[in-house]
Unconditional design. Structure first.
Length: 613
């Protein structure tokens, strides 16, 4: 069942609330333009929606949301857990601006040990678990998997090559030569010995290190007693490698498989740190930085994070998740996970012993990473503040753009436009322009064309104007930019030219500011200059990359296409006759004339075109 309230001006929440049900469900808030603002779930829709319109006690962020509400739609669900699942689907599909959005929803990688064959393979696996074998993980990232695979390859020498390579080998590969494989592809190890290496590998992956070391030690002693010292040394080295790895583990206790989720928050930013523990070993961890929207406490942040994290497709969910703060609707989240993932999970905020150590480790890491994250953001903001001071602006600029030109001897010119906001590069707003129909090497004409195309679109409503437009160039380029903006009626953008000094070294740039082209040189250690250099260098990188891509595309295109009169049919005949473009280039005019459809005059034109450079 759905219900909507829609009025021409302000939202009449009193009338809307009178008819609202107390049943569980989800509510969607929209602005006057019909854009989604926020999606929420509720045990009682009437009570939850009414809480947004109380006369006092709203946070600043919630008040800002309420001020933009034009209408609300609700959907009633049979239970609160089903409302939670629907809420998460809508958040992922609609990405409302006032919801916390988890941007990493990829499936996690695993280690797969294949089964059903004499010589199983061990390797990285991501995605649906359709292959036969045992899966170990999940690991926080591919790097952690590769690190583990590298260790296992050195210690147990189980093959990691693809099955197609394994089946077609006739002699041992390099991995055998460097003692990272026992050569099962060419019969250098018996199936029974190989299966024992596989079993030891799986014992390690299962966290049975103590049993594994004891078994290896017994085998080593037996070989020594039989005077097989060379083989005993192999087991000695394996034990030493396992002991070294154990000593490098931060914490290794118990045999549980669980996640630890800790949150730290400061300055409207939260860091959620997830610690992955499998068979008592820390496999790795990952931090997620969330800009708080409506969450007021750490528990609220977790209430929004946990459903997105564990209701994601292909996300592995352990039976226990330790959380740093109590989550008010933990039971609802657990029930939603049970319904969707068919797995029971327990969220536990009160732990002791080694679990408390894990939690403390995750919490201290979250605080440390948040401090570093905020320091980085703060540094960027200080650069903007300093830029405001040196350019004598009334307000701190929020959006910067910079243009640059790249070409090779005037050919295949590409202009770049990069955009920075107060968080750094805004890559979604970057643009490139392939410059056509200008005199080769005319950078002024290239800049004019790029600026005209960019700001014509913006004037039509296809983007936002910057506060400051930086041009990589001196007075001439700046004057061209001023003329273009004046022609387009763009009046609210400050212009700055960035010219390299006589030495062309970083730190010696000259700035030309405004219509008067006021000349300015900043100290080499100025934060404002560092911001300008970063912006200019990014524009240059983006332009050069675009030019290289365009040049590579041209190289992949047959030069025959540029010859007047040589259409698809003649190109096909030439290539078929000579067997390839290189042979066409080597051919003389008389040889070219022997090709069907190629006259003597056309052959001379082709030869001249191919050898004119």
């Amino acid at each position: 069942m759905s219900k909507a309230a829609d009025t021409p001006q302000d939202f009449d929440y009193k009338t809307f609330l009178k008819s609202l049900t107390h049943h569980p469900g989800i509510y969607q808030m929209f602005d006057v333009g019909g854009s989604i603002l926020y999606v929420g779930k509720a045990k009682s829709l009437k009570n939850r929606v009414a809480s947004y319109f109380r006369q006092s006690g709203l946070t600043t962020k919630t008040a800002a949301l309420v001020a933009r509400i034009h209408h609300i739609q609700v959907t009633v669900t049979p239970s609160e857990s089903e409302a939670l699942m629907l809420e998460q689907n809508l958040i992922k599909a609609q990405r409302p601006p006032f919801n916390i959005l988890l941007r990493d929803d990829k499936s996690y990688p695993y280690i797969l040990v294949s089964s059903g064959e004499d010589f199983p393979r061990i390797g990285l696996h991501r995605g649906a678990k359709k292959r036969r074998g045992n899966y170990y993980g999940p690991y926080p990232n591919v790097g952690a998997v590769r690190e583990s695979l590298n260790f296992l390859q050195k210690v147990f020498q189980v093959r990691q090559c693809d099955d197609s390579v394994f089946r077609n080998r006739t002699r041992p590969c390099l991995q055998y030569q460097i003692k990272r494989c026992t050569g099962p592809c060419v019969g250098l190890v018996s199936p029974s010995d190989y299966q024992q290496d596989v079993r030891h590998t799986e014992m390690f992956l299962q966290g049975k290190n103590r049993d594994l070391i004891n078994e290896l030690a017994d085998t080593m002693e037996g070989l020594s007693a039989s005077l097989e010292f060379e083989q005993a040394a192999v087991y000695r080295d394996r034990i030493a490698a396992l002991r070294t790895l154990q000593s490098q583990q931060i914490i290794e206790e118990g045999s549980g498989s669980l996640d630890v989720v800790a949150v730290a928050r400061e300055a409207a930013v939260a860091c959620v740190h997830v610690l992955y523990i499998r068979q008592g070993r820390i496999l790795g961890s990952k931090s997620y930085f969330q800009r708080e929207k409506l969450a007021e406490r750490e528990g609220d942040v977790l209430s929004e994070f946990l459903p997105q994290f564990y209701l994601s497709r292909d996300r592995e969910t352990p039976r226990e998740v330790i959380v740093s703060h109590a989550v008010e609707d933990a039971e609802v989240i657990a029930e939603a996970i049970r319904l969707q993932c068919k797995k029971a999970v327990n969220f536990n905020a009160s732990v002791r012993g080694h679990r408390a150590k894990w939690l403390q480790l995750a919490l201290s890491t979250a605080r440390q990473n948040l401090t570093a994250h905020l320091a980085s953001k703060e540094s960027v903001f200080r650069r903007y503040e300093r830029l405001q001071e040196v350019l004598k602006l009334e307000e701190i600029p929020k959006r910067l753009e910079c243009f640059d030109i790249s070409h090779s001897s005037g050919e295949l010119t590409v202009a770049s436009c990069v955009v920075f906001d107060q968080n750094g590069p805004l890559k979604s707003d970057y643009r490139r322009f392939n410059i056509e129909d200008i005199t080769p090497g005319d950078d002024y004409a290239a800049m004019e064309q790029a600026l005209t195309r960019r700001y014509t679109r913006i004037q039509k409503g296809e983007g936002r104007l910057p506060d400051i437009l930086f041009i990589d160039g001196g007075k001439g380029q700046l004057a061209k930019a001023e003329a273009v903006l004046a022609e387009l009626g763009v009046n609210d953008v400050s212009l700055v030219g960035v010219a390299k000094g006589t030495t062309r070294k970083a730190g010696f740039e000259t700035l030309y500011v405004g219509e008067q082209q006021r000349e300015m040189a900043l100290d080499s250690d100025s934060p404002a200059l560092h911001l300008i250099q970063q912006l200019r260098d990014e524009a240059h990188r983006f332009a050069v990359t675009g030019h290289k891509q365009r040049r590579d595309k041209r190289r992949r295109t047959s030069t025959l296409e540029d010859i007047p009169g040589v259409g698809p049919k003649r190109r096909r005949e030439l290539l078929r006759h000579f067997g390839g473009l290189q042979e066409v280039v080597r051919a003389s005019a008389s040889e070219l004339a022997k090709v069907p459809t190629i006259s003597k005059k056309m052959a001379e034109d082709i030869y001249s075109a191919l050898h004119s450079g």
